[in-house]
Design a protein around this ligand. Structure first.
Ligand SMILES: Cc1cc2nc3c(=O)[nH]c(=O)nc-3n(C[C@H](O)[C@H](O)[C@H](O)COP(=O)(O)OP(=O)(O)OC[C@H]3O[C@@H](n4cnc5c(N)ncnc54)[C@H](O)[C@@H]3O)c2cc1C
Length: 438
């Protein structure tokens, strides 16, 4: 251990609401807070917004619909509806895909590069101050309140003072530095991560000639032929470029099958290398075993590894597996979704557990309220949830909805703390189009 010298840190800004992390949850939080009349600053460590959705890239936006009697119905509303309309307007969305066999699984393909510009334009139009390339590195506390957040930038270390703070870093970096309790997986085992990539050119008609079951069988055949693929249930979707395919294929885990510890910098670095190693492996598997891929090569790899689950904050309430599978829409819900439990557990398959037909569940406000602090909310994939419940709630549309709820609450909070009147919060969210009774 070394003791750092004490120092004076310049104050960069004083705001009502500070949002850490510019993924979909942070974007939802910032827009909702500024619309609630707050002065808002959004901090993002990367050079662009969107988080996992743009830095890792996904097959599609998910979690905005529920299945009932063979049909799909909206379950999110609010800012999600607005984001979808904005993305359509700039031709950044592709078709909605519905999984042929697993109930409730759907995805709306999108162009991640256009989404980066969309997020820039949207937040500028709303009047959100955005500071990219700003890493949240520390927190000052006075009892139960956060009094300042420290960021590292190219210009050095700065302090930001805020009345309310929202941690939307995905990894709960800010909450952890504030001393909040958190859980890291179930007995240390988190959902496995994936390095996402694209291949082009693909003969899409040839690829479409095989079923999903045949695709899985061909990957098992690749394993039998000697390719050590850690996962054989791949999700492969057409990109919007007309020639490429997006592959959610890799399974980044330690050699003994355990997940990496996402709070350990050496393990994170090793995991990034392992992700790129696996991309090369799956490129070969696709070229040799999937129709249409014979002439294709890797055209891009996500800027970083896709981490599904890391720290989950201890909140006033915790979303549980029973809430999800039982379709519990409790009295403090601030968003709903119906995405299945999508379990990226050890083994070569992804395990899907769909909700019963027609079901959806509510995300309780207390799962966004960091236990033991008066002015800290969390939003997105680092919410207070059990390992299994998070495997459902973590997809993009509910993360955006959690952000909307957190931002709305933070704007309402003022000095009185973020435990706002729940009826008033729900009433505001309903007025803003959020679906709380799907
Ligand atoms: C491999 C993979 C595939 C997936 N597939 C899909 C899919 O097809 N459809 C779907 O809907 N969802 C999918 N998901 C889930 C979904 O993408 C994410 O869970 C969701 O986007 C999380 O949003 P978020 O805003 O909570 O967190 P993130 O997207 O992780 O955003 C957090 C942001 O905070 C920033 N940040 C982190 N630490 C700091 C710090 N210390 N200081 C400043 N900034 C910081 C990050 O750079 C990032 O921009 C997938 C996830 C993974 C990993």
């Amino acid at each position: 251990m070394m003791r750092e010298p004490a120092r004076d840190t310049p104050i960069l800004a004083e705001v009502d609401v500070l949002v850490a992390g510019g993924g979909v949850a942070g974007i939802g939080a910032a827009v909702a807070a500024v619309r609630g009349g707050a002065r808002v600053l959004l901090l993002e460590r990367l050079a662009f917004l969107g988080g996992t959705a743009t830095a890792v890239t996904l097959g599609g936006f998910c979690g905005m619909l529920r299945a009932a009697n063979g049909e799909m119905h909206p379950v999110i509303g609010g800012l999600w509806t607005e984001l979808e309309a904005r993305a359509r307007h700039i031709d950044a969305l592709g078709p909605l895909r519905i999984h042929p066999t697993v109930r409730g699984v759907h995805g709306l393909s999108y162009d991640p590069e256009r989404m980066k510009a969309l997020f820039d334009d949207w937040l500028a139009a709303e009047g959100v101050a955005v500071l990219t390339e700003a890493l949240v590195a520390g927190v000052a506390r006075d009892g139960r309140r956060i009094t300042a957040v420290f960021v590292e930038t190219k210009g050095g270390r700065h302090a930001i003072r805020a009345t309310s703070v929202i941690d939307a870093t995905g990894d709960a970096d800010l909450a952890a530095r504030a001393g909040c309790g958190f859980q890291l997986g179930e007995a240390g085992q988190t959902q496995h991560a994936s390095a996402m990539f694209r291949m082009a050119p693909v003969d899409r008609a040839a690829f479409a000639s095989i079923t999903r079951a045949e695709q899985d069988a061909r990957m098992e055949a690749a394993v039998a032929a000697g390719l050590a693929l850690p996962r054989t249930t791949l999700a492969i979707y057409p990109g919007l470029d007309g020639v490429g395919m997006h592959l959610n294929a890799t399974r980044v885990q330690q050699p003994d099958g355990r997940s990496f510890d996402w709070t350990d910098p050496w393990q994170r670095a090793a995991a990034e290398r392992e992700g790129r190693r696996q991309v090369a492996l799956y490129e070969q598997a696709a070229r040799d075993h999937l129709p249409g891929f014979g002439q294709a090569r890797v055209s891009s790899i996500g800027a970083q590894l896709g981490i599904r689950e890391s720290r989950l904050v201890e909140g006033d309430e915790t979303l549980t597996e029973d809430d999800v599978m039982g379709g519990v829409r409790g009295p403090t819900r601030i968003a709903c979704t119906a995405w299945p439990v999508e379990d990226h557990a050890p083994g070569r398959s992804t395990i899907w557990r769909p909700l019963p037909d027609g079901f959806s569940y509510g995300i309780p406000f207390g799962s966004l309220v960091a236990m033991g602090l008066d002015n800290l909310l969390v939003a997105g994939r680092c919410l207070s949830a059990s390992h299994t419940a998070q495997a459902s709630a973590r997809v993009t549309a509910p993360c955006l909805a959690m952000g909307q709820a957190a931002g709305t609450a933070a704007a309402m909070a003022g000095d009185g703390g973020v435990r706002v009147d729940i009826a008033a919060l729900q009433s505001r969210l309903r007025l803003d189009g959020v679906i709380l009774d799907p």
